[in-house]
Design a protein around this ligand. Structure first.
Ligand SMILES: [Zn+2]
Length: 227
């Protein structure tokens, strides 16, 4: 896993693999988390040791922070910490968490339980290491803005992640057609207003700082020719 997009995909796999209703007993929660980590590819198959529990939970926390970046304009780490702390200290986080954020919180708190059972390190320490990893990965992530076509291949959209069928364009369109040969109205392509406009910067459809930077650079490069 190298890019924030890959981390977010792993977070989604983890959330899908966790049961909707977690067991009541802590030991059972730890077992359910171990299975979900294994199913989502975050935990290597084999004996569960303190060190691979550490690595798996650290990576899972990191992925959850990247996942929250999507809705918090790159403040996923702070939001994750707030959700976990609010649950532990029993206060209401602001703004009120979405359903998805409650799922992320439940995943994070069950990861802390998993660590209590399977790791010699303090759970809070593992969470701290994960948030530092998240910050480092976000800072160095190279983000490319990629043109892709959709809507019968006549409308040119832009995506902030490696192009593949099914990813969303900056404007939110699902890209299910093909990668565009070139950018900017070539080959009879019409540019999508949502992707090529300035609007997505505010409010930000753009996610992490690196993604925002890549988007600004792309817009500046293609400033000419825009109306
Ligand atoms: Zn578009």
């Amino acid at each position: 896993m190298d890019t924030p997009a890959e981390h977010r995909a792993a977070a989604r796999r983890l959330l899908d693999a966790l049961p909707d209703q977690l067991p009541r007993k802590e030991e059972r929660i730890a077992d359910a988390v171990a299975r979900a980590l294994w199913h989502s590819g975050l935990l290597a198959p084999g004996p569960l040791t303190s060190s691979n529990a550490f690595v798996a939970a650290r990576d899972a926390f990191t992925c959850l922070a990247h996942h929250l970046d999507e809705t918090t304009s790159g403040h996923g780490a702070g939001r994750l910490l707030l959700l976990v702390t609010a649950d532990h200290e029993d206060f209401a986080p602001h703004p009120r968490p979405s359903r998805q954020e409650f799922r992320v919180r439940d995943a994070a708190t069950s990861l802390l339980t998993f660590l209590q059972w399977h790791c010699e390190s303090e759970p809070d320490h593992v969470l701290g290491v994960a948030l530092r990893f998240h910050a480092e990965q976000t800072a160095r992530a190279a983000v490319a803005v990629t043109p892709a076509t959709a809507d019968g291949a006549a409308l040119l959209h832009l995506t902030l992640q490696p192009w593949e069928p099914g990813v969303a364009a900056v404007c939110g369109t699902q890209l299910d057609q093909r990668l565009a040969a070139g950018a900017g109205g070539q080959h009879g392509l019409t540019q999508c207003d949502g992707c090529f406009g300035v609007t997505p910067l505010d409010p930000a459809a753009v996610l992490t700082r690196a993604e925002r930077q890549a988007w600004v650079v792309y817009l500046n490069q293609h400033e000419e020719g825009r109306t």
